[in-house]
Design a protein around this ligand. Sequence first.
Ligand code: HEM
Length: 461
Amino acid sequence: MGLPDGPRTPRMVQMIEWIARPLSYMESCAQRYGDPFTAGFGVFPIIFVSNPQAIQAIFAVDQAHFDAGRANSILQPILGDHSLILLDGTQHQRQRRLLTPPFHGERMRVYGNLIGEIASRVSAQWPEGQPFAMRPFMQQISMQVILQAVFGLDVGQRFDRLEKLLFTMLDSIGSPLSSSLLFFKGLQKSWGSWSPWGRFLYQRHQIDELIYAEIAQRRTEVDPSRTDIFNLLLSARDEHDQPMTDIELHDELITLLVAGHETTATALSWALYWICTLPEVHERLVRELDTLAPDADPSSLLQLPYLNAVCQETLRLYPVAMITFPRVAKLPFQLMGYQIEAGTAVAPCIYLLHRRPDLYPEPERFRPERFLERQYSPFEFLPFGGGNRRCIGMAFALLEMKLVLATILVRFDLILAEKGPILPARRGVTLAPSTGVHMIARRRPSNSPQPAPKTDRLRSL
Ligand code: HEM
């Protein structure tokens, strides 16, 4: 069989639907054409797949049969040509080998302390008893965490400028309308700094200057005692004993900043939203946090089953990435009875997979217990993708989610201050809450009978 069926509306119409209403586009295609279906908005046909066995088969032959980097070219203007996300083949393998170790092992302990400190510093700014938008604070936390973990930058002038510029640049392509700039090459024309693309280029240029200035400084002031990821990349050597060039370093650094910041901030905003909306979830979570011994290490949070289930359910219901990177077939490939020709892309569809009623009964409901009752395979639950492109920041993001949630929940009672339920909307290439997630925070009395006594350690971070 040739390609699976899919909408025949013109490419431009499908593209606009995919940008403006991605969830209804996927849902209506799945309803009409089933699984898999072929979307016709890209330069090549993209087959959306939400069958776990088919996803397993794709991940099993990832490297040999597919390229993913070239389907990510819309991110080139932000990340540059040498970004891990845009590479394929041996170049991808090589860069991935360099970038993976900093996100594992002993280093995670250092990051754990850093995350707790930043979360408590940022949440101390919340106005007591007044409604405020939570999402910008989650962005602030995740930006500071990633800037310090990746760059090891201390709060100071370069840090502040980089933080502000990155916010502004990512915001300028955040809404469904402005994200069209990425999807339509024709809109990428600069008519000076007042035009949307001109402004984007100007901001990117300023960010580049700051990063190159930092690279130059760090190359001259080598300090082996530093624990940041930048330092590891500076000293990394490939199989020919060659260090990374300035351009490679720049592109990987910006990749980590962009990939690690918005994604985690979005996941945290959703988690807080669900916790505030559902009192039974809040109560159970706080009760579990209360079981931590007073002198428990922050990393013991990783072992708490309900906290883990809340994070997983958050990433299931509205996955930050709706699809994995599309994989472009290099060779013909058999998928669910279809013959996929070279040049066709397949995209495991995280959103539709996570809503399969056979895997997740009542899929619309936020019910963390499902992750306690059942073990899901990496082909049934994949918020971080899989195969040879699986997110390298997965452990880091989960650590950050757990530490930030725990730090906030032992200090504050939160009340949702939104008029209705919050719906998801496209934000750049991700899915995020459509509002700022407004809340009212009240500091828990320090003699609070609930979690205070046993979570001193988190309070004091
Ligand atoms: C909740 C937070 C996050 C989510 C939901 C997420 C999700 C994803 C997904 C779905 C992919 C594509 C995987 C695939 O196609 O199979 C990916 C790739 C990637 N992520 Fe994440 N991510 C998160 C946080 C992070 C963090 C904290 C970092 C780094 C600091 C990071 C760095 C990357 C990189 C570099 C890639 C590209 C991997 C490659 O091409 O080999 N992400 N992420």
